[in-house]
Design a protein around this ligand. Structure first.
Ligand code: GUN
Length: 291
């Protein structure tokens, strides 16, 4: 038996369509929701992600402005750009694409964004609210998108063992908080590069969220039969048979789908959900700034 595929592209498009009425309501008050995306340097994957975010804005009727900064720029200049966007009342959401070049303090940049414009949900104020058990604010897009996939697929997590592999600021840490929150009630384990016996821990998990950025790292022998597997990885591996010279693979080996009960594909799983949640956060930010 092979796993049921959790179609993030389809679920993400439904979320985007559900924003339509809120967007037209804002437009009827002459408010144009506006997202500013800052990208620093020429990381090819980041450029693809930013382009996908711009295309989603076009689909939804959200204005987007992209600011390209040179990879050699100083932290002060990035902060000056953020401050300029903070004080521009026509901009409702600000996102600085990660990773930033070496030497730039990412959390300093994130915390410079006004919390009400922080559509990534990475600002201390927004993460602090989440840690205090309030998930009604701007939530980090990837973990929030994963919660939506689980919810819209009627996957019940109360009392289940959830394993989050990876403890990043963007995915792993906020993901574990969302899974453990009251009302979801999963029993959460966070694994990372120092974890011992990962395969054993993984075999006990009813839900595995793989967010480590290592191609095909999670193997089928590690997975409990029928488990839910969420693959956050988007890794480029060389493939000379392709015109591009590479193909995209997740953090989960393709054989896992023979053992798991549910799985997210790469591409077309978590990626489109992240973008749909960014659109949703942008509308939430616009509404709260327009009250
Ligand atoms: N890089 C990879 N994922 C993300 C994300 O969700 N937000 C930002 N700003 N950068 C990223």
């Amino acid at each position: 038996m092979s796993a049921t595929v959790l179609d993030g592209k389809k679920i993400g498009r439904v979320i985007e369509e559900e924003l339509f009425h809120r967007i037209t309501n804002l437009q009827s008050k002459e408010i144009a929701p506006h997202l500013a995306v800052v990208i620093v340097g020429d990381d090819p994957a980041s450029h693809v992600y930013v382009r996908n975010k711009e295309m989603a804005c076009e689909r939804c009727g959200i204005k987007s402005t992209r600011i390209d900064l040179d990879g050699n720029i100083s932290e002060e200049e990035i902060l000056a750009t953020v401050n300029m966007l903070n004080s521009d009342n026509s901009v409702h959401g600000i996102l600085v694409q990660s990773p930033l070049p070496k030497g730039i303090n990412e959390s300093m940049v994130t915390d410079a964004i006004l919390p009400e414009k922080d559509v990534d949900g990475f600002h201390k104020m927004n993460l602090g609210r989440l840690v205090q058990g309030d998930s009604s604010g701007l939530l980090p897009c990837t973990p929030a998108g994963i919660m939506k996939i689980l919810e819209s697929s009627d996957i019940e997590l109360s009392g289940k063992n959830a394993l989050v592999i990876g403890r990043s600021r963007i995915v792993g840490m906020p993901m574990s908080i969302l899974l453990a929150q009251r009302g979801i009630d999963a029993t959460v384990t966070i694994a990372h590069s120092r974890t011992k016996n990962l395969s054993e821990i993984c075999r006990k998990a009813d839900l595995v969220v793989a967010a480590i950025g290592k191609p095909e790292f999670v193997k089928s022998e590690w997975i409990k039969s029928g488990a839910i597997v969420i693959d956050v990885g988007i890794n480029r591996v060389e493939d000379s048979s392709r015109k591009s010279g590479y193909r995209l693979v997740g953090d989960v080996d393709s054989d896992v789908s023979k053992v798991a009960g549910y799985i997210t594909p790469v591409p077309g799983g978590v990626g489109p959900m992240t973008i749909a949640m960014l659109m949703s956060n942008t509308i939430m930010a616009t509404e709260s700034q327009s009250m």
